[in-house]
Write a protein that binds this ligand. Structure first.
Ligand code: ZN
Length: 414
């Protein structure tokens, strides 16, 4: 198929405008196009028809927080950064992810110097999912809520935004930053990030609700892995969790929040509370680590010996969980089961909402006319059949229904 061909995906249901409808998808030059224009203006029919065999077509999943996978850890000082990025970008196609933000946790200076400049934004295709830019999680966080971040590299905004520039060097590859809003000078720093088009997320924090609201007024628009690494909900000061129901957040400013719905890191009841309180802001993230996609058994990941057993990653020889190894497709399914939400809500939490959180919803996260033709085919029970980027099949699940192509002779209508 050449790119300028007109493709018509038939025999499918599609997710568009918050509902699942029986409709074809038309694609040209990697974009979803309006067929009416084809019929009436250009008077042409499709070059190729693709029989989707009754699949449900959803926009591809967008992952805003993934630390690595398939043995690769983005926060390690590794030799071939580009190859590591490629391995993860390719591997997650099998999980329905068509674009993502590789994530770097609090790291020593040489990681920011050597690795960050090489994790470049790039368009997706058969070689892997689109790289939207890096999520730098830390080092400007609260050491009291450090989680697995190494404390010796945690920093303050001592010199304001200059501390940021000194730490990360160039911000060219940065798309999301997680900061603790209670740090001194945080409001002015948040404004400077937002001016540069970087999404500011709040997390690894002891912030009160008031500190969270102040950060939102200065432009913060996301919360990093809600419930994890922040103050637990308290009725007199609900902390960052309270932002989900704050009346200090203007109506036109949605605060989005990432949540790990792997069945381990967030209790199903907590998922339900988050979903019922603020469904529009809910964004599913895996927060997966390098053991994602590895076989059961022992693995050496950087300095850490990790044992993967029964779908969980443990520090070897202990019962201590060392991070998620859930796939995005599993998280979507688990979220739907845990909250009894609709299929549309479950899918939008992994597609439309993360796209809106990054302000890229004109091109990603939906099947609107003009959007990138990045989508996934799902069967019953939301099992993944195949993954498509720019209208091209980039992953076909083994043993699952395959789409059939029919070339048509291009002809003028009328
Ligand atoms: Zn974290």
């Amino acid at each position: 198929m050449t790119q300028s061909q007109l493709l018509q995906f038939v025999n499918c249901n599609i997710l568009r405008n918050h509902e699942i409808i029986r409709e074809d998808i038309w694609v040209r030059d990697g974009k979803i196009v309006n067929p009416e224009n084809m019929f009436f203006d250009e008077k042409i029919s499709a070059d190729v028809q693709i029989d989707c065999k009754g699949a449900l077509i959803s926009p591809g999943f967008i992952e805003l927080q993934i630390n690595g996978g398939f043995g690769v850890d983005f926060s390690c000082d590794f030799e071939d950064v580009e190859e590591g990025l490629r391995v993860v970008a390719k591997g997650i196609l099998a999980h329905g992810v068509t674009s993502f933000c590789p994530t770097i946790v609090t790291s020593p200076p040489h990681v920011y110097d050597k690795v960050l400049p090489r994790l470049k934004k790039q368009a997706g295709g058969p070689k892997g999912a689109t790289v939207l830019g890096v999520h730098v999680e830390g080092p400007f966080i609260n050491p009291l809520k450090k989680g697995a971040h190494p404390e010796q590299f945690i920093k303050t905004f001592e010199k304001g935004f200059d501390s940021v520039l000194e730490t990360y060097g160039s911000l060219d590859n940065v798309r999301i930053v997680t900061v603790a809003p209670e740090l001194e000078k945080a409001p002015e720093v948040i404004e400077k990030f937002v001016e540069r088009g970087i999404t500011v997320s709040l997390g690894h924090s002891m912030a009160s609700l008031g500190e969270g609201e102040a950060a939102v007024k200065h432009g913060a628009s996301f919360i990093t892995h809600l419930f994890n690494a922040m103050l637990p909900f308290h009725h007199r000061d609900p902390g960052l969790v309270g932002l989900l129901a704050s009346d200090a957040v203007p109506d036109d400013h949605v605060v989005y929040f990432g949540i790990i719905s792997d069945g381990i890191h967030t209790h199903p009841a907590a998922l339900r509370i988050a979903h019922r309180t603020h469904p529009k802001g809910l964004v599913l993230v895996t927060d997966a680590i390098s053991a994602l996609g590895l076989e059961e058994g022992m693995h050496q990941l950087g300095q850490l010996s990790v044992e993967v057993k029964a779908g969980c990653a443990y520090i070897a020889g202990t019962d201590t969980l060392c991070g998620s190894i859930a796939t995005m497709s599993e998280c979507v399914k688990f979220f739907k089961e845990a909250t009894s939400c609709s299929i549309v809500e479950a899918l939008e939490a992994a597609t439309l909402h993360p796209a809106k959180a990054l302000g890229i919803d004109q091109t990603k996260g939906s099947l609107h006319f003009g959007a990138d033709a990045d989508f996934i085919f799902l069967g019953k029970d939301m099992d993944l059949w195949s993954t498509w980027i720019s209208g091209e099949c980039v992953y076909q699940a083994e043993g699952k229904t395959e789409a059939a192509y029919f070339s048509k002779v291009k002809r003028k209508l009328f």
